[in-house]
Design a protein around this ligand. Structure first.
Ligand code: ZN
Length: 315
């Protein structure tokens, strides 16, 4: 049994992306429904948190971008940088609240209040760059979580595992020169899938060379493709790296029922991945695991698979 912290806020529902956007408030309602239906909500330690201040955002973003996002929201623009990244006047506040959630989760795990933590947040983060938004993402939540581990908790080695179907290009860019962060991403073949990066030859740069591991999956990849990549590549790299904490970009859009991409994980495949990740965290870093929601656009998948992930984390 683990003590699992849970970071969620009703204000995340107010990030209004318009009537036809796949990244919509109902995604979080579906996750909460799944947790309630399986009687998991009462077993979680609910975290309270505040919107992140500039000091936290600056761990991964420039002041110019922070100011530009605030101004763009204040003006009432429908999106920032690209139409994918839809916003409303409240989005700047809510994006800060999402960062506050992951920082609270990191702090809860590192101070021993919880063994692990699940963050049900939006907007997602792994495409966001230092200077710009991208792909529904405003601030890079997981990158800031990793920087928080380094700066506040003096963690030497952070492993980020990203199984969202889209390559976590923003996260990779943040750490490609940092040998203290092992970034492992399983995603659909970038020749056929947004954002078009994440080839195996992208392995990090300078002192970070060898600390970026991209594992593109073929179109229509199934559970067995992911299992083989995990066992043959992720596990040996993780054991060689010996992380002090594990962060997961938990996207559910690699599911075969997801409308946005072309790989075909099953419910069982998603459960297998989280079972492996929890075991890895126990073997290598005292169970310290922080799971952060990214994509996933089929509401039924979110309801079932996110609850299963939380159940596995609880043990
Ligand atoms: Zn995605």
């Amino acid at each position: 049994m683990s003590r699992t912290a849970f970071a969620y806020h009703d204000r995340f529902l107010d990030h209004d992306t318009g009537p036809h956007h796949p990244e919509r408030p109902d995604r979080l309602r579906a996750i909460l429904r799944g947790l309630e239906n399986k009687n998991l909500l009462a077993r979680l330690d609910r975290l309270s948190f505040e919107p992140a201040g500039d000091d936290l955002l600056l761990l991964n973003h420039s002041q110019a971008y922070i100011d530009r996002l605030a101004e763009t929201c204040r003006r009432g623009d429908p999106y920032i940088d690209c139409p994918d990244s839809a916003i409303c006047p409240d989005s700047e506040f809510i994006a800060r609240l999402a960062v506050g959630a992951v920082v609270a989760a990191v702090d809860a795990v590192m101070t021993g209040r919880a063994d692990n933590a699940f963050c049900a947040i939006r907007p997602p983060g792994h495409h966001a760059r230092r200077e710009m938004s991208a792909g529904f993402c405003l601030y890079n939540n997981i990158a800031i979580a990793a920087r928080r581990l380094q700066s506040r908790h003096t963690v030497q080695r952070v492993m980020i595992l990203d199984w969202d179907v889209h390559h976590g290009d923003g996260t990779q860019a943040a750490f490609e020169e940092d040998p203290g962060v092992l970034f492992c991403s399983l995603h659909e073949d970038p020749r056929y899938c947004y954002p078009g990066t994440g080839f195996t030859h992208e392995r990090g740069r300078g002192p970070g060379e060898g600390f970026t591991l991209n594992l593109p999956m073929p179109v229509a990849a199934r559970d067995e493709h992911y299992m083989k990549a995990f066992e043959d590549e992720v596990l040996p790299h993780a054991h060689a790296f010996r992380p002090d904490a594990l962060l997961i970009s938990d996207g559910f859009d690699a599911h075969r029922d997801d409308p946005l991409a072309g790989v075909e994980l099953s419910d069982h495949g998603f459960a297998w991945l989280m079972t492996q990740a929890v075991a890895l965290s126990r073997d290598l870093c005292g169970g310290r695991l922080i799971v952060i929601l990214e994509g996933g656009y089929n509401l039924g998948v979110l309801e079932r698979c996110a609850a299963e992930h939380v159940k596995i984390m609880l043990g």
